[in-house]
Design a protein around this ligand. Structure first.
Ligand code: NAD
Length: 442
């Protein structure tokens, strides 16, 4: 039987790469769309190594209808798992419009493309941040808890949940599952994939690891007078591999909803157990036989004592349970950091959009350049159309448009596998070097 193809947006990122690995191990074909704005292609190369499988990779933006159309035309996409987003709550306060543009506009663009191409299964990455400050008497947060997100990040995710719910009602038989993650930590046991955020990390574990590797002087514990057993904040940490496995189950749930003429569901992804910041520090210390320096800081504005999931619905509906405990979360995160002290080190030189006018891009490896109907141009019979795509750019920079060439077979043909890079010509005679808009990683 032919394998089912799953499009994973943001699949090169932290949770995305672990999920791609689980999907491949379950027997799916995987296509990834990612800007690489907060990730590295190395994560997917390592996933391919670990699974001895192939991933189709498209470097591009969710908001780009043209690249989405190319993907849906070139692969028989059965379902979509949608991770791609900006995810820092404090950053979202300073740059709300970027968060609404990437998270909300990007998701609308994806839903439009799914509708155009009749793709009817969706799993969406949401967050416990949609709950905001839990009600004072709540110990475990279930899915019926009121949603009162406290920052633009949480609000953007809540908006997308609503947009998906409305679309599910309108577009039959769309089956959509929203997963609200609590605090994903840890890494794959191989130490080959893990969390490697670009820029200043916003989460506890990467900060802790920075202190342990001496790239940060100490950890600041924000609030030590909370009503928790040791006064530090309490969260529900979930091992990223458990979470990734949950996505494979959620995909099956989206399929069941689709088969029942469509439906929408929201599930909490957590363990149901709270761990304090100090407990996490102690666990790391005892694992590594070290002392982790920390200072006691004031509570952060808007912070809360404890946020712990009630994961019973997910456990029942998905027949899934997080099984990896705190020690494994710490040990796996630490192994990834030790094996990758500088984070992912790229062995592929992905040319930037700016390099497009250089005569020849040096890109080792085998690449599949994919697109739809192409118009013949000089230089090669392979090149049939040059399209204009928005260049990747940091969210705070103005939009820049550049020309890229996307190559493909005639419609209906499989994408070309280019073993050798060539120089092609823009229809107007401007020299253009190839950019790995799509890459087959093996
Ligand atoms: N990590 C957490 O603590 C956490 C908690 C709750 C929810 N989430 C959600 O889970 C998802 C994945 O989080 P993660 O921790 O893996 O983050 P990540 O930053 O590692 O992964 C997100 C990926 O999306 C890509 N991306 C960003 N904007 C894009 C765009 N416009 N088009 C295409 N790709 C784009 C990034 O390059 C990155 O590879 C996000 O939606 C996040 O909001 C994460």
């Amino acid at each position: 039987m032919d394998k089912k193809h799953v499009l994973v947006t943001g699949g090169a990122g932290y949770i995305g790469s672990h999920t791609v690995l689980e999907l491949l191990q379950t027997g799916y074909e995987v296509v990834v769309l990612d800007t690489l704005s907060n990730s590295s292609i190395e994560s997917l190369k390592n996933v391919c190594k670990l699974t001895q499988s192939r991933v189709y990779f498209y470097q591009g933006d969710l908001a780009d209808a043209e690249i989405l159309d190319a993907i849906f035309r070139n692969h028989p996409i059965w379902a979509v798992i949608h991770f791609a987003a900006l995810k820092s709550a404090p950053e979202s306060v300073a740059r709300p419009l970027d968060y609404y543009r990437v998270n909300v506009d990007g998701s609308v663009s994806l839903l439009e493309a799914m509708t155009r191409h009749h793709v009817h299964r969706l799993v969406f990455s949401s967050t416990a941040a949609v709950y905001g400050k839990p009600d004072p008497n709540t110990t475990l947060i279930d899915e019926s808890h009121p949603t009162r997100p406290e920052n633009p990040y949480g609000r953007s995710k809540r908006m997308v949940e609503t947009i998906i719910e409305d679309t599910t009602r309108a577009v039959r038989p769309l089956g959509s599952v929203v997963l609200r993650y609590f605090n994903p930590v840890g890494a794959h046991e191989s130490g080959l994939i893990g969390e490697d955020p670009k820029g200043r990390p916003g989460n506890l574990m990467p900060l802790l690891l920075q202190v342990m590797t001496q790239s940060r002087k100490h950890l600041e514990i924000t609030g030590t007078d909370w009503p928790t057993p040791d006064g530090s904040g309490m969260r529900d940490f979930i091992h990223v591999v458990d979470l990734a496995k949950g996505h494979v189950k959620a995909l099956e749930h989206a399929d069941r909803l689709c088969m029942a003429n469509g439906g929408f569901d929201t599930l909490n992804m957590g363990t149901g157990a709270g761990t304090t910041v100090l407990q996490m520090i102690r666990c790391m210390e005892s694992l590594t036989n070290s002392t982790i320096p920390y200072v006691k800081g004031p509570r952060r504005v808007g912070d809360v004592a404890a946020v712990v999931a009630d994961p019973h619905r997910a456990q029942k509906i998905l027949k899934w349970k997080a099984t990896r405990g705190l020690e494994m979360m710490c040990a796996d995160a630490w192994r990834f950091r030790q094996m990758n002290p500088e984070g992912y080190v790229s062995t592929i030189n992905m040319p930037s959009a700016d390099s497009l006018t250089s005569p020849r891009a040096s890109i080792p490896g085998n690449y599949v350049f994919v697109s739809e109907s192409l118009t013949p141009t000089e230089g090669s019979p392979l090149v049939r159309r040059a399209v204009s795509l928005k260049a990747n750019r940091p969210p705070n920079e103005p939009v820049k448009t550049t020309n890229r060439i996307i190559l493909s077979g005639m419609s209906g043909e499989p994408p070309f596998l280019l073993q050798d890079r060539d120089q092609f010509s823009h229809p107007r005679g401007v020299p253009i070097a190839l950019t790995p808009v799509s890459t087959s990683l093996q």
